[in-house]
Design a protein around this ligand. Structure first.
Ligand code: KG4
Ligand code: ZN
Length: 344
C-alpha cells in the first residue's frame, strides 16, 4: 500500500511516499528557515504563503522521487492538527482536494502521532514503551500502547522544551531555529558554567510533568544568580549550561517512568529528539534501550504522516471530507488518550 503523506503544520512544506507504513520511497522537505531567519522565529503569515507556493512542486517531486504517479497511490494523508492554523490548512486542503479529484481514500493525521511513529519507519519496535515527544509545541511523556494509544504520564505545565530552546536563542541572538543553534554552540561550551535550577513538582502535577518557564527565566533574566564565576559568560557556555539543564529535566523523568512502569524501551520523537546531548545522555543509560529517529525524521516530515495513515487505512478507516484542521493537539480518537496517570 503506497501512501502519500503531506505535512505543513509549521515551517516545512513536506511530502513523502511510504510503502506499507515502513519503506520510505521518497521524503521531500522544503524548509522555510531562510524566510523566517530575519525574524528569529516562525512568522505564521509567511509560513502559510510559502506553503501555498511550494505545496504543488513538493508533492510532484515526492511522486517523482518515489518513481510513481498518482495512479500508484492507495491513500492520501495530511496533518490536520496541531500547528499553525493557516499553515495546516494549506497542506490539508491540498490533500483533501487531491483525494477528492482522484477518488482516493483520505486520512487526516495528528502530527504528534506522526512524530512518535517516525522511529518506527527505521526500526522494529514493539509496544508498549515509554514515549518521549519533544517538539517546539509539546513535551509529552507517555506509555505508548499502539501507534494511536498514548497514556499521557506527564506534559509540560508551561513552555514546551523546544519553545525554551527557541526563546533562549532568540534572546541571546544565537540563531534560528534556536534548538539547532544552541546544540551547535554547546559543543564548544562548558555545561558546568552555570547551575540552573531543576524545577520541583507541585501539588496537582504528576511526577512526570515538566516545566520550562522557570529555566527560561533563570537563563534570560537571572543568569548572574546562577553563573559560576570561574567561567566566562560566552554564548558557548550559556548554551551548554542551559542545554544541560533542559535535557536533564527530561532524562530524569524518563528514567523514573521506566523504573515505575517496568518498561525498558524509550522511543523519542519530535524536533528536540535531534538534540545531541539528549541523545548521548539517554544513550548512556545502561538499563534503557533508547531509540531515536535519524535526524531527518526528528523534525517535521511527510513520511511520519504517511506511516500513521497506513495503519488507519489497513483497518479501513478513512476521514470524511468534512474533517477540519485545528491548532490544538486534541486528545481523542486519532489523537492522544486523555488519561493522565499518577496525578497527585
Ligand atoms: O518537531 P518540530 O520540527 O516542530 C514542531 O512540531 O514543533 O520541532 C521544532 C523544535 C524547535 O523548537 C527547534 O528549536 C527544536 O525542535 N530543535 C532542537 C534541535 N533541532 C530542532 N532542539 C534542540 N536541539 C536540536 N538539535
Ligand atoms: Zn513537529
Amino acid at each position: 500500500m503506497n501512501i502519500l503523506g503531506i505535512e505543513s503544520s509549521c515551517d516545512e512544506t513536506a511530502c513523502a511516499v511510504v510503502r506499507d507504513g515502513r519503506e520510505i520511497l521518497s521524503n521531500v522537505i522544503a524548509t522555510q528557515i531562510p524566510f523566517h531567519l530575519d525574524y528569529k522565529g516562525v512568522v505564521p503569515e509567511i509560513a502559510s504563503r510559502k506553503h501555498t507556493e511550494w505545496i504543488l512542486p513538493v508533492v510532484k517531486l515526492a511522486l517523482k522521487e518515489a518513481g510513481l504517479t498518482l495512479k500508484d497511490i492507495d491513500g492520501i494523508a495530511a496533518t490536520n492538527r496541531p500547528g499553525l492554523m493557516g499553515a495546516l490548512l494549506v497542506g490539508f486542503t491540498f490533500g483533501k482536494t487531491l483525494a477528492w479529484l482522484t477518488g482516493k481514500p483520505f486520512i487526516a493525521v495528528n502530527h504528534m502521532l506522526g512524530h512518535m511513529y517516525a522511529p518506527h519507519l527505521e526500526n522494529d519496535i514493539s509496544y508498549p514503551y515509554i514515549g518521549l515527544l519533544v517538539s517546539g509545541g509539546h513535551s509529552i511523556i507517555s506509555r505508548v500502547n499502539s501507534f494511536e494509544d498514548f497514556e499521557v504520564l506527564g506534559t509540560t505545565i508551561d513552555d514546551a522544551v523546544g519553545e525554551a530552546f527557541d526563546k533562549v536563542a532568540k534572546f541571546y541572538d544565537f540563531g534560528y531555529p534556536g534548538g539547532v543553534a544552541i546544540d551547535r554552540l554547546a559543543k564548544n561550551g562548558n555545561p558546568d558554567a552555570a547551575d540552573f535550577p531543576i524545577p520541583v513538582i507541585h501539588k496537582g502535577q504528576t511526577p512526570y510533568d515538566v516545566s520550562y518557564s522557570g529555566l527560561k527565566t533563570a537563563v534570560i533574566n537571572q543568569i548572574d544568580q546562577f553563573w559560576n564565576k570561574d567561567y566566562p559568560k560566552t554564548p558557548e557556555n550559556i548554551a551548554a549550561a542551559f542545554q544541560e539543564t533542559a535535557v536533564k529535566i527530561l532524562v530524569q523523568k524518563v528514567i523514573k517512568a521506566c523504573k515505575e512502569t517496568g518498561l525498558k524501551t524509550v522511543v523519542a520523537g519530535g524536533g528536540v529528539a535531534a538534540n545531541s546531548r539528549l541523545r548521548s545522555l539517554l544513550g548512556e543509560e545502561k538499563e534503557i534501550n533508547c531509540i531515536f529517529p535519524s535526524l531527518r525524521l526528528c523534525t517535521d516530515n511527510g513520511a511520519m504522516i504517511a506511516g500513521v495513515a497506513y495503519h488507519y487505512l489497513k483497518r479501513g478507516e478513512t476521514s470524511p471530507f468534512s474533517t477540519t484542521c485545528s491548532p490544538r493537539v486534541q486528545m481523542f480518537k486519532h489523537g492522544l488518550s486523555v488519561k493522565k496517570q499518577g496525578g497527585q
